[in-house]
Every structure is written in C-alpha cells, then in structure tokens.
Write a protein that binds this ligand. Structure first.
Ligand code: ADP
Ligand code: ZN
Ligand code: MG
Length: 290
C-alpha cells in the first residue's frame, strides 16, 4: 500500500476508443485503411461532409460491436439509434460527429480483471457505442518563417470508431492497466480491432478521483487524455493520485477538468476546465434509420 492509499481511495473509470477492422468506412464506401494510404486519397462527398449527401450504415461494423458487447457480457439493444454530436473543430468535416447518445448498441456488461498480486475484481461496462472517427490534423512549423501551420488528412474521417465506457470500478493504476490488457486481448481475439495503442487505433481516457478511505461519495473527477501506451496510462493515474492527494491534504478543492499526459516530463497538465465544458446539442441523426 502506498502512502496515498492509506488516506485516500482512488476511483478510476476508463473510456476506450478503438477502431474496427472493416473494409469500408462507417457511413460510405471509401476504404477504411487510412494509415497506409497517401493523404486525402480515401475521400468522397459523404466523409468530406458535403451538404445533401446521405450516410449508409456499415453492416459489418454493427456485427463487430454486437460481438464486442456479447464478449463483454452486455445487454444488446433491440432498438438503437444514431445521434449528432455538434462541435466546431477543423478535423470534423461536417461540424458534427455521428455518434450515439441515449440508445447505444450495448450496455450493462462487465469484464473480470485480476492484476498481479491483487484480488480479482469485476469492472462494470456502462456502454459500448458506435461513432465515426475524425480527420487527422498534422501540425508543422515553416522552416523559413518559423510560423506554425496545420495540414489535414481526411482519410481517417468517417472510419468506424467504437467507444467502450467502464463504470468507475477500478481502484489502482495496476487495475486500470490490467483492464486495458484484457480488453485488448478480447478485441483482438474476436478479431474486431487491431487494438494497438502505439498506432492510435486503441485510445484511452482515464477518469480519476480520490475519496477519503471509508467514504461512500465519489470525489470530483479529472479526465486525463493523451496517453499512448499502457505504461503511460498507469503512470498518469499514479501521478494524479499523488497530485490530488496533495491538494486534498492542503485543503484545496479538486476542480473538474481535462488534463493531458506529457510523456517527456511524465506529468499531467491542465488542458481545459469545466467552465469551458462543451454543449454538444445532441439530437437524433435524421439521415439514418434507427
Ligand atoms: P461525463 O459526463 O463527464 O462524461 P460520465 O458520468 O459519462 O462523465 O463518466 C465518464 C467516465 O468517467 C466513465 O468511465 C465513468 O466510470 C467515469 N467516472 C464518473 N465519475 C467518476 C469519478 N467520480 N471518479 C472516477 N471516474 C469517474
Ligand atoms: Zn467516403
Ligand atoms: Mg460521458
């Protein structure tokens, strides 16, 4: 037990985004094999977000998410629908992402973990839903003027992305890592995703909070992004445990915020606080049948 663990209990919930191995994109017939192609070669009016085009649901992607839900002991919805998640960003061609809001394909599952040297634990799976990935931005600096600029590769836009949300059931960095290792193993075994963190087709956001040992209520959570390895996830949570314990010991309040993991300095830094929380204005996608 660490010094922190004698005073506080850590509460962790993970959100994993993973790319599905389909031939075509989620809502058009462009090849989904974006990584091995020249930039902006797998593009059509649908994934470019041109007005007036109509998306069509990729049947293989739905089969894969149902397989994932079954492997994670989820309830598979008899009725599911897609929703528009609205936000403006240069990597989002349409100005909205097609995602799922209140009626995901899978919900209420679980995954058993057993990290080395600790007892087994059942981690609840809140939901697994289907969405589309965004384009890729590449940030560069002009060699002559020193000015920064960005390039965009639309190949990844509209490729099938599956989000797996866990309950806040993990208590240590080791449990979080074990959850990811077992989840990756399942996704690879059933053949739905390459699930490779280094390649970016398996991405994880970690929600971390602390509460006094014995307390019932959860503390305020911080969401950490940008980890590109299991070790980074483990170390980012361990860093947050110490940082948040220090704040609580000094009588400071934890503010809900998004933080980014910096691999070089091995610390998390604030990216945005709750005042700037997004209002996504979700509404049912009118161009896709439930
Ligand atoms: P948000 O509305 O901020 O997206 P959600 O309730 O949807 O929050 O939860 C997102 C993720 O955060 C889930 O994986 C969940 O298990 C986890 N989570 C929620 N509350 C806490 C908490 N107090 N501490 C740690 N993780 C949490
Ligand atoms: Zn396309
Ligand atoms: Mg959420």
């Amino acid at each position: 037990m660490t010094a922190v663990a004698t005073r506080y209990e850590t509460v962790i919930g993970l959100e994993v985004h993973c790319q599905l191995i389909t031939k075509s994109k989620m809502f058009c017939s462009c090849s989904a094999d974006y990584a091995r192609a020249d930039p902006n070669t797998h593009v059509c009016p649908v994934c470019l977000g041109m007005p007036g085009v109509l998306p069509v649901i990729n049947e293989q992607a739905i089969e894969y998410i149902v397989m994932t839900g079954l492997a994670l002991n989820c309830r598979i919805a008899e009725f599911s629908k897609f929703d528009r998640k609205n936000y403006p960003y240069p990597d989002l061609m349409k100005g909205y992402q097609i995602s799922q809001y209140d009626l995901p394909v899978c919900s209420d599952g679980w995954l058993d973990i057993a990290p080395e040297g600790a007892g087994p634990r059942r981690v609840g799976i809140t939901r697994v839903h289907m969405e589309e990935d965004t384009a890729r931005l590449l940030h560069r600096t002009d060699a002559v003027t020193g000015e920064g600029y960005s390039l965009i590769d639309i190949n990844r836009s509209g490729t099938p992305l599956m989000e797996i949300v866990s309950e806040p059931d993990m208590r240590t960095p080791a449990e979080a890592r074990d959850y990811l290792v077992r989840l990756r193993q399942i996704l690879r075994y059933i053949g739905v995703s390459e699930a490779n963190m280094e390649d970016g087709n398996f991405r994880c956001d970690a929600n971390v909070s602390l509460r006094p040992v014995g307390a019932e209520a959860f503390g305020t959570k911080v969401e950490v992004k940008n980890m590109n390895s299991f070790r980074a996830v483990h170390d980012a949570i361990a860093f947050e445990e110490v940082r948040q314990a220090g704040m609580l010991d000094r009588g400071e309040r934890i503010t809900q915020e998004t933080r980014g993991w910096v691999d070089d300095t091995r610390e998390t830094v604030s990216q945005r606080t709750k005042e700037h929380a997004n209002d996504y204005r979700y509404f049912p996608e009118p161009d896709l049948p439930p």
